[in-house]
Ligand binder design. Structure first.
Ligand SMILES: NC(=O)c1ccc[n+]([C@@H]2O[C@H](COP(=O)([O-])OP(=O)(O)OC[C@H]3O[C@@H](n4cnc5c(N)ncnc54)[C@H](O)[C@@H]3O)[C@@H](O)[C@H]2O)c1
Length: 356
């Protein structure tokens, strides 16, 4: 059983294990193996082929999470299994007193998220939900510019995400074709969380959803109109079935798996200035006496520090496990993002705007 407020490993390090070593679990596993803040005790994956990965990373391998938890002394666990298993695996770990890093979405329904949050509370363990973009320095620079009023009052945001998923993506993980998978829950959820984190709370969404191209049970293309509580608007266009330069992962270079491209995918529009992302070019009138579309407009390059988003997220999790920091995305916060994305899905099904 873990002790909140302390790392139980050597030198006060937290003892962590990971469950699920697929596309994102492998990224976490490689980070855990070299992070000074933790002891990477074990990797668990139901697929026995992942034993090799554990050996390469110098950690123990388990095929079964229960057996791993029976045998190993742990403080926390990184859960990166398919969406529909989050509640079951998360609850099992919470009942063992382990702090949870839960990949996004926190769960596939609000009821499931509520049950998981309640289990964590009952067992006095914390949840950090894997909305990793909150650790991206470029996102934080955009957030600072907006929240400090540098752009004036935010009036709107345009969001474009278009990256072509190859056919093997749906063969290796066929859960991605079925309800509970799909780009709304896998990808659009990141855009919604970004909008909430950078701009503020969302009050209404309206979505048009299409599965015409791939013909799967889940959508391949989504268009969402968003209204924020303060009256600002956003427009999101997403597709996983068209080649393009304009996706968050490829333009930010956050995860080397994705082929890097150049281009701006978000445009934040304020009453005093606009901002591109990830380019961080601020567009504004330099002379306050000459404001209006007939006048020259200036650009200023904003800057951001450089660090690895996924490493920073895992360092934060170690501090959360030790009780040194509050989770940047708590279970409740992850649930709030889930609530908005559920409204997007519902709007797509019912063809009507949904208040959140
Ligand atoms: N934050 C991000 O950047 C990001 C990126 C991709 C995926 N995700 C999320 O991470 C989760 C995993 O996605 P993925 O794309 O890595 O999936 P994946 O299908 O590539 O990998 C899932 C892995 O979990 C293993 N697994 C399944 N059930 C298990 C169990 N009960 N015990 C142990 N191992 C089990 C599978 O064998 C597989 O190796 C999803 O919730 C997804 O939404 C987050």
């Amino acid at each position: 059983m873990s002790k909140q407020g302390s790392g139980s490993g050597k030198g006060g390090k937290v003892r962590l294990a990971s469950i699920g070593a697929g596309m994102i679990g492998a990224v976490h596993a490689r980070i855990l193996a070299r992070l000074d803040e933790c002891e990477y005790v074990a990797l668990c994956d139901g697929d026995a082929a992942k034993e090799k990965m554990a050996a390469e990373l110098g950690t123990k391998y388990y095929r079964d999470a229960r057996e791993m938890m029976d045998r190993e002394k742990l403080d926390g666990v990184i859960i990166a299994v398919p969406n529909e298993m989050h509640e079951a695996v998360g609850t099992e770990c919470a009942n063992r007193g382990l702090h949870l890093f839960m990949e996004k979405p926190i769960a596939t329904t609000l009821e499931s998220a509520d049950r998981l949050i309640a289990s964590a509370r009952k067992n006095d363990v914390r949840i950090l939900c894997g909305h990793h973009r909150r650790f991206n320095p470029l996102i934080n620079a955009a957030r600072d510019a907006i929240r400090s009023g540098e752009l004036g009052n935010l009036v709107g945001v345009s969001v474009l995400w278009c990256m072509y998923k190859p056919s093997e993506y749906f063969v290796v993980g066929d859960w991605r074709r079925r309800k509970g998978g799909g780009p709304i829950l896998i990808n659009t959820i990141h855009e919604i969380d970004n909008l909430r984190y950078v701009c503020g709370e969302i009050s209404r969404v309206y979505a048009e959803v299409s599965n015409t191209t791939r013909g799967f049970e889940v959508e391949d293309t989504v268009s969402v109109s968003v209204r924020f509580k303060d009256g600002a608007l956003a427009s999101i266009l997403m597709s996983d079935t068209a080649p393009s330069l304009w996706g968050y992962e490829c333009t930010t270079g956050e995860n080397p798996f994705f082929y890097p491209t150049k281009g701006d995918i978000y445009h934040y529009l304020g009453t005093k200035a606009s901002l591109t992302f990830p380019g961080l070019v601020k567009v504004h009138y330099a002379d306050p006496a000459k404001v209006g579309w007939q006048h020259p407009i200036s650009t200023t390059q904003l800057t951001a520090p450089k660090h690895d988003t996924y490493v920073e997220q895992m360092r934060h999790f170690c501090r959360v496990v030790k009780g040194e920091e509050e989770p940047r995305t708590s279970g409740e916060d992850g649930r709030r993002t889930l609530e908005v994305i559920m409204a997007v899905a519902e709007s797509g099904r019912t063809n009507r705007p949904i208040d959140v």
